[in-house]
Design a protein around this ligand. Sequence first.
Ligand SMILES: *Cc1c(COP(=O)(O)O)cnc(C)c1O
Length: 369
Amino acid sequence: MSIDFLQAAAPGVRRLAPYEPGKSAEVVERELGIRESIKLASNENPLGPSALARQAAVEALDELGRYPDGGAFALKQALAARFQVAQNQLTIGAGSSDLLRLVVQSFVTPGAEVIVSQYAFAMYAIYACAVDAELRVVPAQNWGHDLPAMAEAVSPATRVLFIANPNNPTGTWVGHQALVDLLDRVPRHVIVVLDEAYAEYVSVADYPDGIALTREYPNLVVTRTFSKAYGLAALRIGYSISHPQVADLMNRIREPFNGNSVALSAALAALGDAQHIERSRQANAAGMAQVAQALEAMQLQSIPSIGNFLAIETPSQAAPYYEALLRRGVIVRPLGGYGMPRHLRVTVGTADENSRFIEALRAVCAQIR
Ligand SMILES: *Cc1c(COP(=O)(O)O)cnc(C)c1O
């Protein structure tokens, strides 16, 4: 007799649909029999990592036979100095996704409530669902988080509230005062996660200083990553800054060596290379302007974004545009899974990649219309 593993699975896991990552160039080229495709589907830094980070990663290869420093002392010391926080406020994650999961596992029991915004980054709902939480999805306003409505949705059963700033896939953000107003309203037993995966790219004036706010709001957890502006997506390394007691809880269930030694070394070096971040920021601003200008010329709408990506509204259903772009070797991200069937998310690439994307999109628009 065979076992029905679906029936045997935890209820929350059973209900989950698998996360669909952006397609890699390798996969697309194999599937479509094409060459020289470009991937603008996962919000990676087109410049890649700092040369110093790469060098540090290479040097770390000499110690592959040893377990990494499970306490991540050197990286924590550098992060603590950079952000003027205590080392016991830091938790290291295998990417910031790991930290999002650690928060949920630390605070959410089956039936407890987790609040997210409509169109929010998909991993929040996946982790909440996996532990059989009640997900409260608060309708978006102009594609962005409606913070007053999210605060209103808090109930005695609420344990965690997620805010992505900026949000992926929309690129929308919340300003300082709106965030403070929410934090003032939310009871202290509710953990507010402020996901700042793109913080290094942001230049808007009223962008909240989430890390500074952790001093006033002990229930605030800020998550950051080395996957995006730092260009280290493959290594899986991120960190959170929180109240020490929250960090202690997250560290209790953390896989002891979740920050691997290559990643720890590279992240430390990356953190020290301010020039590379500045170059990346400037390249992104120029690329964003390049893409935005082209979209305007094509009379295509997009959602204003402060990240390194843009959600573009297609003239009709986005799926055929996505497929046609793929056949031209340009990989973007369809957003049907997010309930945005008329949008495509494109990552700002190098100037050449952006030009290729724009040309391909122009051709596809002419073809489909
Ligand atoms: C990419 C992303 C992350 C996490 O990526 P990691 O590689 O796991 O650090 C988290 N939040 C948002 C909003 C993202 O776009």
